[in-house]
Design a protein around this ligand. Structure first.
Ligand code: CMC
Length: 430
């Protein structure tokens, strides 16, 4: 009997199998040897929604959901949000270490060099209808970059990978800003490479007739902090899509577009937009208790609450709440904050939410800040996708160079018919 493993007795055959532990797991393939005979395929695991399955080794992000801990490459999110810029954190996620001053300078230069979009991409964006959702435009345009950079399909060439990483991190704010201005019918603003990452993004969003745009430093820093908080979150739905699509050796542009599509859903990054709709629907603080009763009675979910991994306060939500105060000093308070605070207060005391360990997540307060800054709710998920691109790329590159990874291809439990014969049309029933 192996002390570092499981002994599994198969009652069908009265056979015992030794299955070693692997870093707190067992390898699913080790179960394949458990068979009733040579024609038996062997035992598989069944785990819809990956509730208890590790799909990879990863050294990027660590979450302890019970304790409410989030770290990138070992650094607590609180310290990164306080002491670093988003581009430093993007470097950390992708390179594994915080940059020195000269490494950061090169990194920023390389990313800044790639902020421009090819004019044909601009024309591509112009083809969308005036009321197209910005996230749908973002997803399509990121995928369309593959048409400009066909060499990106050489995913096993490290230099090629690096170039696409610069391009994607450099261009996603430009695409995001263009989707915003497209909806308003405003002319697109070209990147200003004298500005920082978030200042330039604000410039491309808000600049009108002024010669040089000067972002409010408090808002630019608040956005930078929000970008840090959203940069990665280990094997979430969209990271899993990035790895899964990338595992077929698809290029990083279409893989990122697929990940962004996963993010757009209301249970994932689309939740921030839904939170604002919910707060609008509630309308005022006095309506909060009735709304909560409705949620408990099964009439929808409390958007921005709950998480697959966090069974404690989401540490990102706590930092966002602090950042909100600084933003509101500049913009004035968003009236929805009072409704949100009341929702949180009541929900955190209510047995339904306490029992299920439902706490506010990152999306609960982010939309309130974005709205105070002047963004329409349709833009909120795009604002999530910009920084998450760095995380997706880190997850993708880790997958590409992992010798254990192959094309992602789950198994199924077939529940359909056994073989049957096609009946001619005139013999089929009504
Ligand atoms: N409001 C009310 N009840 C909820 C909520 C909620 N927001 N979330 C979960 N529950 C209930 C759920 O109905 C279930 O109850 P019961 O045991 O009686 O059936 C229980 O809590 C467990 O929920 P689950 O659906 O099994 O949990 P999950 O891990 O599959 O889902 C989640 C996680 C985030 C999809 C879910 O909590 C949710 O839909 N939340 C609202 C959407 C949201 O805010 N999403 C953003 C997530 S954080 C940012 C990101 O990753 O993009």
């Amino acid at each position: 009997m192996d002390k570092d493993g499981l002994s599994i007795l198969d009652n069908r055959t009265n056979t015992t199998y030794e299955v070693p532990f692997h870093k707190g797991t067992i390898r699913a393939m080790d179960l394949r040897k458990i068979k009733t005979g040579p024609d038996d395929f062997g035992l598989m695991t069944y785990d819809p929604a990956f509730m208890n399955t590790a799909s990879c080794h990863s050294a990027i992000t660590y979450i302890d959901g019970d304790k409410g801990i989030l770290r990138y490459r070992g650094y607590p999110i609180e310290q990164l949000a306080e002491k670093c810029t988003f581009l430093e954190v993007a470097y950390l996620l992708l390179q594994g270490e915080l940059p020195t001053a000269s490494q950061l300078k090169d990194w920023i230069n390389n990313i800044t060099y790639h902020t421009m979009l090819h004019e044909s991409t601009k024309h591509f964006l112009e083809g969308f209808r005036y009321d197209a959702h910005p996230m749908a435009m973002f997803i399509s345009t990121v995928a369309a970059l593959a048409t400009i950079y066909p060499e990106s399909r050489h995913v096993h060439d490290p230099e090629m990978r690096r170039l696409q990483i610069y391009r994607l991190i450099g261009k996603v704010p430009t695409i995001a800003a263009y989707t915003y201005r497209h909806g308003l019918g405003y002319p697109y603003v070209y990147p200003d490479n004298d500005l920082s990452y978030t200042e330039n993004f604000l410039n491309m969003l808000w600049r009108m007739a002024e010669v040089k745009y000067k972002a409010n430093p408090v808002l630019a820093r608040a956005l930078d902090i929000l970008f840090i908080l959203h940069a990665d979150h280990e094997q979430n739905c969209s990271a899993n899509v990035m790895r899964s699509v990338g595992s077929s050796q698809a290029d990083p542009f279409v893989s990122t577009a697929a990940a962004a599509a996963a993010l757009s859903g209301p249970l994932h990054g689309g939740a921030n937009e839904e939170v604002l709709r919910m707060l609008d629907e509630i309308g005022s603080k006095d309506h909060v208790p009735a709304y909560i009763e409705g949620v408990k009675a099964g009439k929808g979910k409390l958007m921005g609450f709950g998480h697959r991994v966090y069974k404690n306060y989401d540490p990102r939500a706590r930092i966002i709440k602090q950042a909100a105060e600084q933003v509101f000093e500049v913009t004035g308070k968003n009236a929805k904050l009072d409704i949100a605070l009341e929702l949180e207060r009541i929900a955190l005391e209510d047995e339904y939410f306490v029992k299920r360990k439902l706490y506010p997540n990152v999306d609960f307060y982010s939309g309130i800040i974005y709205q105070a800054m002047g963004f329409r709710p349709e833009m909120f998920t795009v604002l999530f996708a910009i920084p998450r691109t760095a995380g997706w790329l880190a997850q993708w590159e880790e997958m590409v160079i992992d010798p254990e990874q192959k094309i992602a291809r789950p198994r199924q439990i077939y529940t359909g018919y056994e073989e049957r014969t096609v009946v001619p049309m005139d013999k089929r029933g009504a």
